[in-house]
Design a protein around this ligand. Structure first.
Ligand code: ATP
Ligand code: MG
Ligand code: ZN
Length: 344
């Protein structure tokens, strides 16, 4: 059975987690000095390692090392009974719940009632509550009491994409980590690396294109790579991913007409511009998407005027980049800026 890349390549250690150096360093220092918080709050956009990190922390808290004598660590061994049971999701002392499906106060009550009992076989009882922002107000209140005075053998790990929905009273009782969007370069390198392990050649430009489309989310990037691999594999099982075919797949293929339109507008060719808009409309283009394209191009022109080197943007084909440079050369900075405001 085919396992999607995002699942197949879930990091098992912090060494494999990309782009979250601050988190890893802070946690490592805290563990090394024995100042381990009793509650962690992991926040950030989708697919950047929150759930992954929660599970690594859970393993690290309970890892006893290959020789059975290890202390809590940020580098779990992966081979001790605790590490293996947690990895397989079957450790009785590590309770993972998804607040999106269990939002009520009764669900939290259940946890709170079990908190007082010592762990069965691990060092700590670890409660991982994913999507914690989904909890009801009453559930948060019930949780708060436990967070104020948690028994020493209990650790909480919360994960959320929506930190603003978490009561400050909860936030202030946790050690908070803001996971970052992964920068394009790091993400591109990761994609090339995963592709190589899948025996697929991925050129740097294609990798960059995927990284940009994923907007810093590792899971999104791996999903796009999955899709690209599926679409670009021929009958003989060979995979050819190219920037051109990727642009096609991502629906950013042909912006030439948007470029033509903005050029006509910016150079005062009113009749041609109106005719083109009419044609595009009859062809069924979504006016909202067209405006969006125009806005992006206007912003692109502003960037080129501010710093010509920014013309090299993988989002646009080489031909579109040439058009943009040519057009920018005829404009003053204020005009694409004004165009952007009007479009906005
Ligand atoms: N920092 C990262 N380094 C390497 N791989 C990552 C990273 N973040 C996410 N991934 C990949 O994306 C997948 C999903 O990650 P994870 O479940 O940790 O995301 P999340 O932040 O919890 O997302 P969500 O908000 O959607 O729950 C992982 O299995 C892994 O393949
Ligand atoms: Mg998650
Ligand atoms: Zn271990």
């Amino acid at each position: 059975m085919y396992r999607v890349l995002a699942r197949k390549y879930r990091p098992q250690t912090f060494a494999d987690l990309i782009g979250q150096e601050v988190l890893v360093r802070t946690l490592t220092n805290a563990f090394a000095s024995g100042r381990i918080a009793h509650a962690f709050l992991l926040t950030g956009i989708r697919g950047i390692g929150k759930t992954t990190t929660a599970r690594i922390i859970a393993r690290g808290l309970n890892c006893i090392g290959a020789d059975g004598k290890g202390e809590a660590t940020t580098n779990p061994c992966g081979v001790c009974a605790n590490c293996i049971a947690i990895r397989d999701d079957r450790h009785v002392d590590v309770i993972e719940m998804d607040a999106a499906s269990r939002t009520g106060v009764d669900d939290i009550r259940e946890i709170i009632d079990s908190v007082q009992y010592a762990p069965t076989s691990a060092r700590y009882k670890v409660y991982i509550i994913d999507e914690v922002h989904m909890l009801s107000k009453n559930a948060f209140n019930a949780l708060l009491k436990t967070l104020e005075e948690p028994p020493p053998h209990v650790k909480f790990i919360f994960a959320t994409t929506e930190i603003r929905k978490i009561p400050v009273t909860i936030i202030s009782r946790c050690q908070r980590f803001d996971l970052r969007r992964v920068d394009g370069e790091t993400l591109s390198r990761h994609l090339v690396d995963v592709a190589r392990r899948e025996q697929v050649a991925l050129d740097p430009l294609s990798a960059e294109l995927i990284a940009v489309a994923a907007e810093g989310s590792v899971r999104d990037a791996l999903s796009i790579l999955d899709q690209a691999m599926a679409m670009h594999t021929d009958g003989a099982g060979a995979t050819h991913i190219t920037p051109e075919s990727l642009r096609e797949m991502l629906g950013i293929a042909d912006q030439s007409r948007s470029f033509a339109l903005i050029e006509q507008v910016m150079t005062g060719k009113v009749e041609e511009a109106l005719t083109l808009v009419g044609t595009l409309y009859r062809q069924g283009i979504d006016p909202g998407l067209l405006l969006n394209d125009l806005m992006e191009i206007a912003h692109y022109l502003t960037r080129i005027l501010a710093a010509p080197s920014l013309a090299a943007d993988v989002h646009y084909s080489p031909k579109e980049q040439e058009t943009a440079k040519r057009l920018a050369a005829q404009l003053s900075v204020s005009s694409p800026t004004r165009a952007w405001q009007i479009l906005f």
